[in-house]
Write a protein that binds this ligand. Structure first.
Ligand code: DOR
Ligand code: ZN
Length: 498
């Protein structure tokens, strides 16, 4: 008896398929944009195209929760075309892009400009809208118009968007909690940092260490604590961006134990770099939050291993060479490109035995897919899912070179670093966007928004009867406030002490 299959577009044979639970030897069949079969080689349907991938690993494409593609506003630093090309060449199939563009993504007009720019994307994307004092009245409109999630710049950074007041942040959480939408928070205390930076500048400090001195870990501890307090009370989902300090992990651990729906990312720079690298790279290493002392590196790994930190993101933050290399550290723009180098950097650590490939897939793809409500369609290699696949050679070694980056922005502290483990090919919804290490330029514009597939779990709002929206009506039967009749009350006669 023979089984009749319709012909599929592509069968990848002989690879190992990675999920957080297991690595299996299997072939994968792809029809159109979807995976249609994962299984024994003999069970694969006939295909128009066959690809052998012996010795290679198939990973669900990485999902980077934190990139800055700068368009609209700063196309000299990056564009959607170049930023997404970097993603594709880094094994990243979906990105979530940040709102500190110009104009910031806090109005429908600004969002539409961004969606237009994103039409040239090589990768799928979500858009974090801006949560600030000026935007909380139209969060629903922004969601309707295409944002997938929000970002609150509680700590100041590039773009100098004002931090939301605590009042606005809580009200924003009250609006988003009933919708189940997650808000990314840049959690550093702006007031402490501004004051310290002013002191440092007045004292004439402009060396590379001054940036860290302006933003000690207490800024992160305090801000995470405050944000989680507000989010927990409102029952809102939050996501801590670029967790940088060992010292603030205890706040996350306690909140997770209480059941707060908080997801947390860290970035390769916080696990693999430290103040020891400052002299070598100078202003290029200025990033918010700052890269810290070496003692922070291992606890962040441990936190990923034990689930306190959920995922790896990059905070891909492109700037021009000139902006990154000014003599005064406080005049250098913060951040550097990272979306293209994350996978080789992390695979190198896998090769060193610091984590398994299954761990890596959990951090790079599964956890972000779950956090943003796209798991099942993305984040997994299984029938029915999008064929978003990074085909990886764990043995290939090389040296990261800034000259080879797709990004407009080149300078970064990974330049010259030896790595082992590269994505060779990247498939996005069934189509190669990188093949044999090269960008498939025809695939420009193949990327699209994940808005259509996003489905957040059931919302879990709390204290709704105390939300700002619930306290504005005078309760029935309550008279407007008036002084009691006969006020002031007559003094009570007391007996004179004898
Ligand atoms: O260093 C940073 N640069 N940190 C951020 O949070 C933002 C980013 C940027 O937009 O340049
Ligand atoms: Zn950022």
């Amino acid at each position: 008896m023979s089984t009749h299959y319709r012909e599929v577009d592509l069968v990848i044979r002989g690879a190992k398929v990675v999920s957080p639970d297991q690595i299996i030897e299997a072939s994968v069949a792809i029809a159109g944009e979807h995976i249609v079969a994962v299984g024994h080689d003999d069970t694969m349907p006939p295909a128009r195209q066959e690809m052998r991938a012996d010795g290679l690993y198939l990973l669900p494409g990485a999902i980077d929760s934190h990139v800055h593609f700068r368009d609209p506003g700063y196309p000299n630093k990056e564009t959607w075309r170049t930023g997404s090309a970097a993603a594709a060449c880094g094994g990243v199939t979906t990105v979530f892009e940040m709102p500190n563009t110009n104009p910031p993504t806090g109005t429908i007009e600004a969002l539409n400009l961004k969606l237009k720019a994103a039409e040239s994307s090589y990768c799928d994307f979500g858009i974090h809208g801006l949560l600030g004092d000026d935007t909380i009245d139209h969060l629903e409109d922004l969601l309707e118009a295409g944002v997938t999630s929000f970002k609150a710049f509680v700590g100041n950074t590039f773009g100098n968007l004002p931090s939301p007041t605590d009042g606005a942040l809580l009200e924003g959480f009250e609006k988003l909690a009933p919708l189940g939408i997650r808000t990314v928070v840049h959690a550093e205390n702006s007031s402490i940092m501004a004051r310290r930076q002013k002191r440092l500048v007045e004292a004439g400090r402009m060396d590379v260490h001054a940036h860290l001195a302006a933003r000690p870990s207490v800024c992160e501890i305090e801000a995470i604590g405050r944000v989680l307090t507000l989010a927990e009370w409102a029952g809102a989902r939050v996501h801590i961006a670029h967790h940088s300090a060992a010292d603030s992990l205890f706040v996350i651990r306690a909140a997770k134990l209480r059941g707060v729906d908080v997801t947390v990312e860290t970035c390769p720079q916080y696990m693999l770099l430290s103040t020891d690298d400052f002299t070598r790279f100078g202003g290029i290493m200025r990033v918010n939050p700052p890269i810290r002392e070496k003692r922070h590196n291992q606890p962040l790994w441990d936190a990923l291993m034990d689930g306190t930190i959920d995922m790896i993101a990059t905070d891909h933050a492109p700037h021009t060479d000139e902006e990154q290399t000014r003599a005064d550290i406080f005049k250098c723009d913060c951040g550097f490109p990272g979306v293209e180098t994350q996978m080789p950097l992390m695979l190198t650590e896998v090769n060193r035995g610091r984590a398994s490939l299954m761990d890596y897939v959990k951090w790079s793809s599964v956890a972000p897919a779950k956090a943003w409500g796209i798991y099942g369609t993305k984040g997994v290699i299984a029938p029915g899912a999008h064929a978003d696949i990074a085909i990886v050679d764990l043995n290939r070694s090389g040296v990261l070179s800034q000259g080879k980056l797709q990004s407009i922005s080149k300078l970064n502290p990974w330049n010259g670093r030896a790595v082992q483990g590269y994505p060779l090919h990247t498939l996005l919804r069934g189509r190669f966007v990188m093949r044999d290490g090269k960008l498939v330029t025809d695939a420009v514009g193949w990327g699209k928004s994940v808005k259509g597939i996003q489905k957040m779990p059931t919302p879990q709002p709390r204290n709704t009867h105390l939300y700002s929206s619930a306290i504005l009506e005078t309760p029935a039967g309550t008279a407007p406030h008036a002084l009691p009749a006969g006020y002031p009350l007559p003094a009570v006669e007391t007996e004179a002490a004898s």
